[in-house]
Design a protein around this ligand. Structure first.
Ligand SMILES: *Cc1c(COP(=O)(O)O)cnc(C)c1O
Length: 222
């Protein structure tokens, strides 16, 4: 199947899961070329995701199509300035240190940067993301930052062989999201679900999914 066919099939599937909100499908183009980015956008992709600032910078330079751009990978503070120039949404803010750097970078170019806070809900030591006990402090910090607009939460589920094991984590994130939404003005995005677990994530209330492999095929790392 072509990129366009894959994209449309997943789009239709997500529409069948949606409760009362349309699920945003972020087409994850990391390790794929600009040509595939174009194909996805031409097939209807409104949102694309990249996980590395440098790679995204090179590709966006030649991308002659409009789409919302999401940074989904870990961000180092020394790349914050480049990231705020390149991305509409930074999904991977997970510390006060990084939030401060993004706020400062956004301020320097007169931008209010949309961000998500990445939560390490499964407490995986090797993964990025703020731990639940540190989330309130990070939210307070972000709320006080003039050049950050907190749009919601992001999570990466553990790579369980039985995808059903992700379900309670997704459910927990949706509960957390709903609780915070009552206190937050611009809180509307809950980003969870990738190729192997997006159906479960969508069933449990994700309204943003990030899908690479199921649209573009396996990534080849050279
Ligand atoms: C690569 C990546 C994805 C997409 O993964 P697939 O399994 O190819 O769908 C989603 N989210 C993040 C944070 C990623 O780095």
């Amino acid at each position: 199947m072509s990129v366009a066919e894959n994209f449309r099939a997943i789009r239709a599937e997500l529409d069948s899961f949606a409760r009362n909100e349309k699920i945003i499908l972020v087409a994850v183009t990391k390790n794929h070329g600009v040509e595939q980015m174009r194909e996805a956008i031409d097939a209807g992709a409104t949102d694309i995701g990249e996980n590395r600032v440098q790679e995204a910078a090179e590709k966006f330079q030649t991308l002659d199509r409009a789409a919302r751009r999401h940074l989904i990978g870990h961000l180092q503070t020394n790349k914050a300035k480049a990231a705020v120039k390149l991305f509409d949404v930074i999904q991977s803010v997970d510390s006060q240190h990084l939030a401060a750097a993004v706020d400062k970078a956004a301020s320097s170019i007169g931008k209010v940067q949309d961000i998500l806070i990445q939560v390490n809900v499964a407490r995986e030591p090797q993964k990025s993301g703020v731990l639940l006990e540190d989330l309130d402090a990070l939210i307070n910090f972000v709320d006080a930052a003039k050049n950050l607009r907190l749009r919601g939460l992001m999570m990466i589920a553990p790579n369980f062989s039985d995808v059903e094991e992700c379900r309670p984590l997704f459910k927990k994130m949706r509960e957390l999201f709903d609780a915070l939404k009552t206190q937050q003005e611009n809180f509307d995005l809950l980003s969870m679900g990738m190729t192997h677990d997006y159906k479960v994530a969508a069933e449990e209330g994700a309204n943003v999914v990030r899908i690479g492999t199921a649209i573009f095929g396996e990534r080849l790392y050279t």
